[in-house]
Design a protein around this ligand. Structure first.
Ligand SMILES: *[C@@H]1O[C@H](CO)[C@@H](O)[C@H](O)[C@H]1NC(C)=O
Ligand SMILES: *[C@@H]1O[C@H](CO)[C@@H](O)[C@H](O)[C@H]1NC(C)=O
Length: 167
């Protein structure tokens, strides 16, 4: 006869196995869901653009960031971290990335939004490379799931250009 302890243990093992299986299936079904988020960002104004005393360029801009990230939310989504980065090429580096704004989207109800904002983080180039510089604005997101792996992706918006002269 099996002891009570043995049966309790077997039951627990069974429950844990089922739970693990459900989690695996859940994250699998989550991976099958292919999201289709959209985003648009307009540079509404260049507030100022200057070369600082230390020689680095800095620009301040007003942005209209709009996005619909509702499709990133499934029952398995805990929250989504988003950040908007300016990405550009200079003679020294093929990729310079400056984060301009970020936010945490706690639920699907907040995943469709637009905000009118100046850059939350400073847009500084280590050098004097920003005049007339073409850049991309890239909306990156990290999906924090309730179970399974974190998932990250982005939307690249190109065709932006900084003014030719400081102002
Ligand atoms: C920002 O963009 C959204 C969507 O593209 C638009 O509805 C809204 O009017 C814009 N706001 C400003 C201040 O330009
Ligand atoms: C900007 O976007 C374009 C088009 O997606 C891409 O070809 C280019 O490499 C990007 N530039 C940078 C610096 O990431």
């Amino acid at each position: 006869m099996h002891s009570f302890g043995y049966r309790a243990n077997a039951l627990l093992t069974f429950a844990v196995t089922i739970l693990a299986l459900m989690c695996a299936m859940a994250s699998l079904s989550d991976n099958l869901n292919s999201p289709s988020p959209t985003s648009q960002v307009q540079v509404l104004n260049i507030n100022w653009f200057q070369k600082k005393l230390d020689g680095d360029d800095e620009v301040s801009m007003t942005l209209n960031v709009s996005a619909n990230l509702e499709s990133l939310f499934t029952w398995n989504t805990k929250q989504v971290f988003v950040f908007l980065a300016a990405e550009y090429e200079t003679p020294k580096n093929s990729l310079n990335q400056v984060s301009l704004w970020d936010g945490i989207i706690p639920a699907k109800e907040h995943a469709k939004f637009w905000i009118h904002t100046t850059n939350k983080y400073r847009f500084i180039d280590q050098g004097s490379n920003l005049r007339g510089r073409e850049f991309n604005l890239t909306l990156h997101w990290h999906i924090m799931p309730k179970t399974g792996k974190m998932f990250a992706d982005k939307i690249v918006m190109s065709g932006y250009r900084l003014p030719d002269a400081y102002r």
